[in-house]
Design a binder for this molecule. Structure first.
Ligand SMILES: O=C(O)CCC(=O)C(=O)O
Ligand SMILES: [Fe+2]
Length: 355
């Protein structure tokens, strides 16, 4: 009976096998408390604006003015002509899907004693990779793998699907570190940062990768795939496939759906870029909504500054990424949410000391 309820909760084509591939907490949804709403004629959550308003940046013919406008007014843009083979983007989506569809226990076992961390319910991890526990009400409807790129070449997973992910991710990393560097150099030029600091800002091995799966649920009011947040990175480069939407960004107090478009990547700026640019560029607030009908796979590559590089700008006290990350962890533990950049602003000193 319970199994019947649970499988009804998920999509009709949602087999028990698939359900067992999810972490138990993502299966426990009480149908009495969360009755499914009647289907609306049109669901505003799933509508995309036409034409798509998100700025498009062409990496092959980089237009500095357009890039500047996107960074200042959006903090997010779509990247085309990025040079990542379409087959690689698709293969990554497919192999990630295959990995997630393994049983929960198989995924847990594959990652014990491994540099890759398997997590669920929150994207907030400690530096050692354990998920920071959330109360069930604040749970994010997501499971994922945290992939430390610097350790991948010595990693020898027993699970064949994880090995396929490793091989593809190593190939993908080459492309994405090139893209991250190229974009950062163009932004640094626009911001007239001196070249010495530009080279120092990005660490040699500055990337990190996360692979996510968001379940589909008929009642999307149960919560968020990923709640509203800003990224702590310099920038984040997202492969959200070409089928299932879910990413939303906040612009002028309104949430806007970012349409999945084949062969494009989505770049969003993070807190470090906002600080480096002295608030000229913005770390965009975004979130992921749950899709009623289809589960969603996304792969996110994060570009970080060197951990000990001091970020200096007039609006912020000098700080390193290590200090920023430690503060975020402290706030998550103490307050349950990230405070982020305001902690480091000159003008917020007095307020922060009262907290
Ligand atoms: O899955 C997505 O589309 C976005 C993920 C995200 O925002 C993040 O990892 O910070
Ligand atoms: Fe994010």
């Amino acid at each position: 009976m319970i199994n019947f309820y649970i499988s009804k909760l998920f999509n009709n084509n949602y087999s028990m096998n698939n359900l067992e591939s999810y972490p138990p907490v993502l299966r426990h949804l009480d149908p009495q408390q969360h009755p499914s709403p009647p289907p609306p004629n049109s669901d505003p959550d799933e509508e995309f604006q036409d034409p798509d308003p998100v700025p498009i940046i062409d990496l092959e013919c980089l237009d500095h003015e357009k890039l500047e406008e996107a960074c200042e007014n959006w903090g997010l843009f779509r990247l085309v002509n990025h040079g990542v083979p379409l087959t690689l983007l698709k293969e990554l989506q497919e192999v990630a899907k295959e990995l997630f569809s393994l049983s929960f226990e198989a995924k847990e076992n594959a990652c014990s004693d491994s540099p890759v961390t398997y997590f669920w319910g929150t994207p907030a991890l400690t530096p050692s990779g354990t998920a920071l526990t959330r109360s069930p009400q604040n749970m994010n409807w997501v499971e994922g793998f945290d992939v430390p790129l610097s350790q991948l070449s010595n990693f020898n997973p027993q699970l064949p699907t994880l090995e396929s992910v490793r091989v593809l991710v190593m190939e993908y990393e080459k492309h994405l570190s090139r893209i991250g560097r190229r974009l950062f150099e163009a932004m640094a030029k626009n911001l007239e940062l001196n070249m010495k600091s530009t080279k120092e800002y990005l660490a040699e091995k500055s990337g990190m990768m996360r692979v996510y799966r968001y379940p589909n649920l008929p009642d999307t009011n149960v919560g968020w795939g990923m709640e509203a947040h800003t990224d702590s990175s310099v920038m984040s480069i997202l492969n959200q496939g070409d089928e299932v939407g879910g990413l939303q960004l906040l612009k002028h107090h309104q949430w806007l759906n970012v349409k999945p478009i084949p062969d494009t990547l989505v770049v969003n700026l993070g807190d470090m870029m906002q600080a480096i640019s002295n608030d000229r560029y913005k770390s965009v607030t975004h979130r992921v909504r749950i899709n009623k009908h289809k589960e969603r796979i996304s792969l996110c590559y994060f570009v970080f500054p060197g951990e000990e590089v001091v970020i200096e700008s007039s609006k912020y006290k000098p700080f390193t990424y290590n200090e920023f990350r430690a503060q975020v962890q402290e706030d998550l533990k103490a307050l349950g949410h990230k405070v982020g950049l305001p902690r480091f602003q000159h003008s917020h000193n007095s307020q922060v000391s009262l907290l």
